[in-house]
Ligand binder design. Structure first.
Ligand SMILES: Cc1ncc(C[n+]2csc(CCOP(=O)(O)OP(=O)(O)O)c2C)c(N)n1
Ligand SMILES: [Mg+2]
Length: 327
């Protein structure tokens, strides 16, 4: 346990993970009801990566993400109601209802946003790190990508530039083992993402992404290095998504047993909850209350989104678009 891991902080981390899980469950259900134009890419199972990482950052640090971004946004403190409203394509959403699930941003939270181009988020974070470095602001930039991105050229171009310019960048690869239906071990030449990263001269470490303590410490250490002027770090977080790649994916490319094993043996929420209970820092009733709070906040977010107006003609992408579409 390091300084930051007080019992109060750990309970807050747990609450943040519970909120993400409930949000993602309900967002996916709403999407199946036709409420979310374009569908969603849920990050259920990957909560510890987002919360552990964000809790190691300062308020002015910068975060970017890709097509599976809700957990990052929520962990960074983005308002769940405005996030849900964005998914629903409503005027009250983070992007006034015309950006959608993959194009979130909230600059007031240092959340410079998500986008759907696999690997591109790392370039945005690298550029933000360059800006921070040139201005001497003392900010660190964190870019989240997936294992699929680790097989695209742009990811390594950004890593290379961060190395040669010694930028305050933390590159986090959420290795959830699949890029849509492609299993990472079948497509990772050289078999090791960390070794590949090291080839570019960046310190690289594999982290158990289902252990929030390990995630937090790895990011805190990378941030200290960046702030000390020692440059970027690459972190491969081993994690897993329990649900399909996106709304409607039936997951035929993996076995139910595999999903069950990750859920029952390594679940990041269950792990933190049981260790807090074992240490006496959280009672059974306390856990129930946290779960109820998450359910209530997401229910409020759904109601807010549903009751919010569609974007006005002046902010909609095109006046002839169908009502509410967010292309
Ligand atoms: C440049 C680019 N190529 C292809 C796609 C289509 N695509 C969307 S998600 C995805 C898989 C990404 O897998 P990974 O990076 O592992 O992220 P995960 O979905 O597991 O979070 C692909 C190929 C895209 N969005 N952008
Ligand atoms: Mg993946």
């Amino acid at each position: 346990m390091h300084d930051q891991e007080t019992p109060e902080a750990l309970v807050e981390w747990l609450a943040a993970m519970l909120l993400i899980r409930e949000f993602e469950e309900q967002a996916e259900r709403a999407s199946l009801r036709g409420k979310v134009p374009g569908g969603v890419h849920p990050a259920i199972g990957q909560e510890a990566v987002a919360v552990g990482a964000m809790r190691a950052l300062g308020p002015d640090d910068i975060v970017t993400g890709g097509h599976r971004p809700h957990h990052h946004a929520l962990a960074r403190g983005v308002d769940p109601a405005r996030l849900m409203a964005e998914l629903f394509g409503r005027e009250t959403g983070l992007g006034h209802g015309i950006a959608g699930s993959m194009h979130l941003s909230d600059f007031s939270r240092g959340y410079y946003g998500s986008n759907g181009i696999v690997g591109a988020s790392l370039g945005l974070a690298m550029g933000a790190a360059l800006g921070a470095s040139m201005r001497g602001t003392g900010q660190v930039a964190v870019g989240f990508v997936g294992d699929g991105a680790a097989n695209t050229g742009r990811t390594w171009e950004f890593v290379n530039m961060a190395v040669i310019w010694n930028l305050p960048l933390i590159a986090i690869c959420e290795n959830n083992l699949y890029a849509v239906e492609t299993f990472i071990d079948n497509v990772m030449g050289g078999k090791s993402m960390v070794r590949r990263a090291e080839g570019f001269g960046i310190p690289a470490f594999e982290v158990d992404g289902q252990d929030i303590h390990e995630v937090n410490r790895a990011v805190a250490t990378a941030r200290e290095r960046a702030l000390a002027g020692d440059g970027p770090t690459f972190l491969e977080m081993r994690t897993y998504r329990y649900h399909g790649h996106e709304t409607g994916d039936k997951g035929v490319y993996r076995t139910a047993d595999e999903v069950d094993r990750w859920r029952t043996e390594r679940d990041p929420i269950a792990r933190l909850a049981s260790s807090l209970q074992a240490s006496g820092d959280l009672s059974e009733q306390g856990l129930t209350e946290l779960q109820e709070q998450a359910v209530a906040r997401v229910a409020d977010a759904l109601a807010f989104a549903d009751e919010s107006p569609w974007p006005s003609a002046s902010t909609a992408p095109h006046p002839t678009d169908r009502e509410g579409s967010a292309r």
